[in-house]
Write a protein that binds this ligand. Sequence first.
Ligand SMILES: [Fe+2]
Ligand SMILES: [Fe+2]
Length: 308
Amino acid sequence: MHGARKANPVRVLHVSDVHISLGLRRVPLADWPGKRLAGGINLLRGRGRRFEDAVSKLSRLAELADAERVELVICSGDFTAMGTASEFAAAREAFEPILESPAEFVCVAGNHDLYTRQVVRERRFEKYFGDLLQTDFPAARVDGSWPTVRLFGNHVAVIALNSARPNPAPWVSSGRIPAEELTALNDILGRPEIAGRFVFVVTHYAPCLEDGSPDTPAHGLENAEAFLRTCAGIERGAILCGHVHRTYRVRLPAIGPQIFCAGSATMHELEGFWLLEVEDGRVSAHRGRWNGSRYEVEPEVDIEPGYR
Ligand SMILES: [Fe+2]
Ligand SMILES: [Fe+2]
């Protein structure tokens, strides 16, 4: 359908880190040991309160997607705060207005969605969001659902990789893209079905901060260099990520695709996202904001090149 409309831009809404939480009383006692204790202390300290309007904000986001005629929504993870079953159920419900819209939906898990080993063992993310992880290249999967590949019309492809994992130590929230996923990414980028398309490579962890420098070892993507090397040759594309709760756009020297970090769509006073328009192999980007009662989109601004 979209392929016939060559001259029309494809409008993509990139959101992340909505962190739906239900407060401490809704976490079963059995879920408290270890990592969750640290997460719970964070909620008590007020971090949770910064996300308390997340559910209602998501319905405003669906209205914006409708008004902006968005055709593809990409969420780069951290749907929940602590990966509990009730948070997942609430997050799925909160996304329904967006999922019911005509826009297609692609997502990855964040570290908060794979918060503990038990969450991963129970495949909770897959249980609540697995029906949204379809791929056009099933044989290219090397690590559970990943990479997930979606060809969108004739001009856009999305390749989604998992970089999140449980970090049992409370002070660590780093990520890593498994080596086999990077090899698969390299193979997918060389396939004829991808040639000529604008390629979005999506993962939760940011390969760099807004000034182009690496994130810290305790918070960042361990193998950011290898990931960026694999993406470097993409002529028409963009890397989409979250995890860092600030909305930014950066171009690194010698790396083809620009990097867009959506930040958090729902975090009080930091709300942000990207509305991206792909046309003739290039992307124009509009930053989204929350004005206190609804989301709005700014005019495009040019970026300064980052450094490494
Ligand atoms: Fe997050
Ligand atoms: Fe995260």
